[in-house]
Design a protein around this ligand. Structure first.
Ligand code: A3P
Length: 379
């Protein structure tokens, strides 16, 4: 079956925005509140590295830099799987199957009765699997992406004819923590949790943490566009509505202001490297060198230059293992707004009206009063 033909397959059911719940006063996706005990009791290890950020602060960029460092600049190794699989996102679960998993919602016309295709958001782009030996085909999938898990792929379930659905495919979603628990050490993990909600084992085990912060206005703009294209996030509403929602901290993972301040205060008591998106953009070499020092890693000038190049916005935008284009468009629709959107400090000026900006600044002064933390809103 050609790639074009697979692309023509239309899902009848579009993915819907998730329900939300508060956990300790912070807005979270319901899947997080449902799993909260498991998340809170996650067992970190001393050699874990955690990349912590407020959403849209440059998480994926930092993940790519760290992975390149850990793999001595080997681009192929860094393309072993997409970002989501390389670094488990500890509080997240992929959404449950779009339907019950009991039947093929999309007619697999042209495929044999026991043939099936998948569009695997967690592996390498399209996979076409044919034949009746389900278990051996599953192994093919696993070897394509070592941490891939069919249970986590809603589209697979949608496309698999009833006769092919094995026990494993109908068990429902699996938490990213399970991926983390299966992963050999040393592990690199990701979180957007505010500091007070980080599982306590990270503090107890003294795991290293890299925190990346980005100025509020660019974060807001980026989060707004991401919420438009990503159906796993609540509907952002209009731009005007979203500005107010963000200021009130009624977005997933809560208030930007409390997040950046909370982690800023924690950095003096724990092994936390606190970085700024704007600094990374201004001088990636300088900031990558800070990460190298924090990770106690030495690399040659040649590898350092390779890392700078490979993790630049333009190169990452073309990298399917880093740009989220392997996810189904029913979840992330890059035609609405690409994940790798602009990557530019100061883009907020294209969105805020003069009045919105003045009000935002006034509110900002109040919320950030008393903190030594400062940001640059342009470079
Ligand atoms: P924009 O929407 O402003 O373009 P996260 O990974 O935390 O979700 O952050 C995504 C933001 O980081 C997006 O911002 C994205 O474009 C930007 N980004 C990703 N990789 C980048 C890179 N290599 N250089 C600069 N910005 C990058």
């Amino acid at each position: 079956m050609s790639l074009e033909k697979m692309k023509e397959l239309q899902l009848e059911e579009k993915f819907l925005h998730p329900e939300t719940r508060e956990v300790n006063g912070i807005l979270m996706a319901k899947m997080i509140s449902d799993n909260w005990d498991k998340i809170w009791n996650f067992q970190a290890k001393p050699d874990d590295l955690l990349i912590a950020t407020y959403a849209k602060a440059g998480t994926t960029w930092t993940q790519e830099i760290v992975d390149m460092i850990q793999n001595d600049g080997d681009v192929q190794k860094c393309q072993r799987a997409n970002t989501f699989d390389r670094h488990p996102f500890i509080e997240w679960t992929l959404p449950p199957p779009l339907n019950s998993g009991k039947s093929a919602r999309v007619s697999p016309t042209g495929l044999g009765p026991l043939s099936w295709v998948s569009f695997h958001p967690r592996g390498k782009s399209f996979l076409q699997l044919e034949g009746s030996e389900m278990s051996s085909k599953s192994q093919v999938l696993e070897s394509e992406s070592p941490t891939a898990d069919l249970v986590l792929c809603p589209t697979v379930v949608n496309l698999v004819p009833e006769a092919s659905i094995s026990q494993g495919l109908t068990q429902g979603p699996q938490h990213s923590l399970d991926l983390a628990n299966k992963m050999p050490s040393p592990r690199t993990l990701k979180t957007h949790l505010p500091v007070q909600m980080l599982p306590p084992s990270f503090w107890k085990e003294n795991s290293k943490i890299i925190y990346v912060a980005r100025n509020a206005k660019d974060c807001l703009v980026s989060y707004y566009h991401f919420s438009r294209m990503n159906k796993m996030l609540p509907d952002p509403g209009t731009w005007e509505e979203y500005v107010e929602t963000f200021k009130a901290g009624k977005v997933l993972w809560g208030s930007w202001y409390d997040h950046v301040k909370g982690w800023w205060d924690a950095k003096d008591q724990h092994r936390i490297l606190y970085l700024f998106y704007e600094d990374m953009k201004e001088d990636p070499k300088r900031e990558i060198e800070k990460i190298l020092k924090f990770l106690e890693k030495d690399i040659s000038e040649e590898i350092l230059n390779k890392i700078i190049y490979h993790t630049s916005f333009d190169v990452m935008k073309q990298n399917p293992m880093a740009n989220y284009t392997t996810w189904p468009t029913s979840i992330m629709d890059h035609s609405i707004s690409p994940f790798m959107r602009k990557g530019m400090p100061g883009d907020w000026k294209n969105y805020f009206t003069v009045a919105q900006n003045e009000e935002f600044d006034k509110d900002y002064q109040n919320k950030m009063a008393g903190s030594t933390l400062t940001f640059r809103t342009e470079i």
